[in-house]
Design a protein around this ligand. Structure first.
Ligand SMILES: [Zn+2]
Ligand SMILES: [Zn+2]
Length: 261
């Protein structure tokens, strides 16, 4: 036992071992990413044969972390057994500026892994699977639909780091597929990154942080890939209302569970 620990410790400490493991890991990731991209007709999660006309298999679809039940106002996940359609405590005391949220998934398990492939490797296959999952929850009637989509603009520091604007990618496809207008927002000043801030700090950090060139149509939907506290979408909703929108919805693929505030 002791000898094994010692062997492991020395192996872990060797820079060559670490390099080799790092190299093997990136090779595996490249093969995995390549396989997932190159196999249409296969499930985007597990590579089993997909359902007809869908990029997923029935088993994976069933086991996805659906955001149910969730608050219809801010999409915050609610404990199992909560009444569907009931607003959460935050929304009752301080209703958000958007009329409703559509966030079908929770940012957990397979969905978190797929979102990371989409975000950090700009995987169009992952983006398409996420987009189709999101579209399943949209209302079929065209009457209540928003007329314009406003993607959350990428934070300038993120744009430098990565150069892939996932909200814009999703918004362009959704707008084209459903005949919606695409409206652009700008960040008005250099806000801090939201990482590490609690709920009220996030709201303060972003107040007045966006500008939308109007006039906007009366019904618009905001779009972001992941919704955390809703502070970003709330600040963008404020800018859309100032630019002439009357009713704003918040759309996002996945919701992170609230940890603070
Ligand atoms: Zn599957
Ligand atoms: Zn709520």
């Amino acid at each position: 036992m002791g000898a094994e620990l010692k062997r492991n410790a020395s192996r872990d400490g060797a820079p060559e071992g670490a390099r080799r493991r790092g190299w093997l890991r990136s090779l595996w990731q490249a093969i995995d990413a390549g396989l997932r991209r190159a196999l249409p007709g296969r499930c985007g999660f597990c590579l089993a044969p997909a359902e007809r006309d869908r990029p997923w298999c029935a088993a994976c679809f069933e086991s996805l972390p659906w955001n149910l039940p969730a608050c219809p106002g801010c999409a915050e996940p609610q404990p199992a057994g909560s009444l569907a359609g009931r607003r959460c405590g935050h929304c009752l005391t301080r209703p958000p500026l958007f009329v409703r949220s559509r966030v079908p998934l929770r940012y957990e398990d397979e969905v978190a892994r797929l979102m990371q492939r989409f975000k950090f490797h700009a995987s169009p296959r992952a983006g398409t699977v996420l987009l189709e999952l999101f579209e399943l929850g949209l209302p079929p009637g065209a009457l209540a639909w928003p007329e314009a989509l406003v993607p959350v603009p990428l934070h300038p520091s993120r744009a430098r780091e990565r150069g892939f604007d996932q909200a814009d990618w999703l918004a362009r496809r959704l707008a084209a597929r459903h005949g919606l207008r695409l409206a652009r927002a700008q960040r008005r000043r250099h806000t801090r990154s939201q990482r590490g801030l609690d709920r009220s700090e996030r709201y303060r950090n972003l107040r007045g942080g966006f500008e939308v060139r109007g006039p906007l149509p009366s019904r618009v939907a905001l779009l972001d890939d992941v919704m955390t506290t809703g502070a970003t979408l709330e600040a963008l909703a404020q800018a859309c209302l100032a630019a002439g929108a009357r009713e704003v919805e918040a759309w996002s693929l996945a919701r992170t569970p609230l940890r603070v505030g």
